[in-house]
Design a protein around this ligand. Structure first.
Ligand SMILES: [Zn+2]
Length: 138
């Protein structure tokens, strides 16, 4: 997954850099449109899932050409792509162990709560599609 995302960044002409210093505002990364650069902030090398999630989110900003902070709707759209890095098995295990505790699930998976919330919305919308009654052909 990480290689796929890094390859996509390269194809887009977007440089990916890391800054080992954690930010105090819980921002794990950002996209600088003027420099065509994604910076991953304070993510340890072992936190591959978090790095993938942040990279997927920021790549969506790069693809859309977003410059600067976006509104919550746009950020939510970028999160909806980032949730693809979450393993359903890992989420299900964490959710069974910590039912109704988003903080604990997020901690278990090493991801921000915001992304777990987006993943839960993704699962809910998928279930609605699966549960939707099919129209019969006449
Ligand atoms: Zn964003």
């Amino acid at each position: 997954m990480l290689k796929t995302l890094l390859d996509q960044a390269a194809r887009l002409g977007v440089q990916v850099c890391t800054d080992p210093r954690p930010r105090t505002d819980r921002v794990y990364g950002f996209y600088d449109h003027d420099r065509r650069m994604i910076v991953l902030c304070g993510i340890a090398a072992r936190d591959v899932c978090l790095a993938c999630a942040v990279l997927a989110h920021e790549l969506t900003h790069a693809i859309k050409g977003h410059a600067g902070r976006q509104d919550e709707h746009v950020e939510g759209l970028c999160d909806s792509r980032a949730v693809n890095v979450i393993s359903l098995d890992a989420y299900t295990t964490a959710a069974r162990y910590y039912p109704d505790n988003m903080w604990a699930i997020a901690s278990e998976l090493g991801l921000p709560q915001r992304l777990i919330c987006a993943y839960q919305q993704h699962l809910d919308s998928t279930r609605r599609l699966v549960d939707r009654p099919r129209l019969e052909a006449v």
